[in-house]
Design a binder for this molecule. Structure first.
Ligand code: NAD
Length: 355
């Protein structure tokens, strides 16, 4: 029997396919925008310029100062830039950092966003915003920050370095894993989660072997879309809580942290959630999905311990306290959390218990 659930579809358009960046002008017109600010990181400036060229006079500026975790100072500077030129909308082209900046502008200045993701992080599919002030990241949900339109163009991901591709893909898989046992899971999101994991697990090794393999890039981006949709529609759990603490308090890098932590949390949670475990076994074609996630992380060259990312034994008490202080969904016992974190800290042969 289907477990009772409620599900609300999020309103947005998705354009998918190699070369579809060319559709950007039509998307801008469709939204009725006349003066658009293009957002990017400093490294993504060339792509932002390409968007501006495609838009012609409708592009009234480029703000290329996007930074990880959206510092409030960056959001304020972008807000000023938008006001100076009188922009009525934004195109955010880049990874989660750039799309996060677009969301901050949607929140602050009420501007509609078109997102053109170039990593697999998934922010473009969610109404979740984040802002960092004094080393503390605040997040919230607000439908106004959901991009109106998303263009997924696998050609734009060909330049994503292989190590970033691998960890970013594991970041996406983490959204799907936690959606499978989320308290607000639904059959439609569980289908997307399973297929998203399947797409990424089969494509990431190919992407890492040959970053220019457009077929593999397309499969990975499709998986990222599905996994991002899971993030947008369900409540994340222990894995995301741990990663948010490690990123927010210890400044550990976002995607790499997800890649290290995921197999450990999956080993714990999938052992408690038979339906989620069955979906993961089907998606990964294995009887040991947590171990398969660890193997995938190693295959794509992701770091395998939190120690490699700079965390120290002495930091663990702070992490435990912060995770327990504000848990996202199903609570975890202190002793279990300590064991999990200690194993993730050291990695290696003490890795996740196969599920
Ligand atoms: P990122 O956006 O910081 O990108 C990582 C690096 O890759 C950057 O230097 C960027 O310039 C570069 N890059 C991006 N695309 C590239 C490409 N195609 N070719 C070459 N280089 C490229 O990292 P991310 O992992 O995409 O995003 C992480 C941020 O997004 C974090 O702040 C995280 O909290 C946030 N996030 C938010 C949500 C949400 O729903 N709000 C979801 C996922 C992630």
């Amino acid at each position: 029997m289907t477990t009772p659930f409620s599900y609300e579809a999020l309103p947005m358009r998705v354009i998918f396919g190699a070369g579809q960046l060319e559709a950007i002008a039509a998307e801008v017109e469709q939204l009725g925008l006349r003066r658009v600010m293009v957002l990017s990181t400093p490294r993504g400036r060339d792509l932002a310029q390409r968007v501006a060229d495609l838009l012609g006079p409708v592009a009234v500026g480029i703000f290329d100062g996007a930074r990880m975790h959206v510092p409030v100072e960056t959001a304020a500077a972008a807000g000023d830039a938008v006001n100076v030129v009188g922009a009525d909308g934004c195109v955010a082209i880049g990874g989660g950092s750039t799309i996060g900046l677009g969301k901050a502008l949607a929140l602050r200045n009420g501007l509609p966003i078109i997102a053109v993701p170039t990593t697999y992080a998934g922010s473009e599919m969610t109404p979740v915003w984040g802002l960092t002030e004094n080393s503390r990241k605040q997040t919230g949900r607000d439908i106004r920050v959901l991009p109106r339109s998303v263009i997924y163009d696998p050609e734009l991901t060909v330049a994503l370095p292989q190590n970033v591709s691998g960890t970013s893909g594991l970041n996406a898989i983490a959204h799907a894993v936690e959606a499978l046992y989320a308290p607000d899971r639904s059959p439609i999101m569980s289908l997307l989660a399973e297929d998203g994991v399947r797409s990424l697990a089969r494509s990431l090794p190919r992407v890492v072997a040959d970053g220019s393999d457009l077929d593999a890039r397309s499969d990975a981006l499709r998986g990222a879309w599905f996994c991002g949709a899971c993030l947008g529609a369900t409540t994340m759990g222990l894995h995301h809580k741990i990663c948010h603490v490690l990123g927010g308090t210890f400044d550990l890098p976002h995607a790499e942290t997800h890649a290290v932590v995921l197999p450990y949390v999956a080993a714990m949670r999938l052992a408690e959630e038979p339906d989620a475990a069955a979906a993961m076994r089907r998606a990964l074609e294995t009887d040991s999905p947590a171990q398969a996630l660890a193997d995938l992380a190693a295959w794509v060259g992701a770091p395998t311990s939190l120690a490699e990312l700079g965390l120290q034994e002495a930091d663990l008490d702070v992490v435990v306290e912060a995770v327990l202080a504000n848990q996202y969904s199903k609570p975890v016992a202190k002793g279990e959390l300590e064991t999990l974190l200690r194993r993730a800290l050291h990695g290696g042969p003490d890795g996740p218990t196969p599920t």
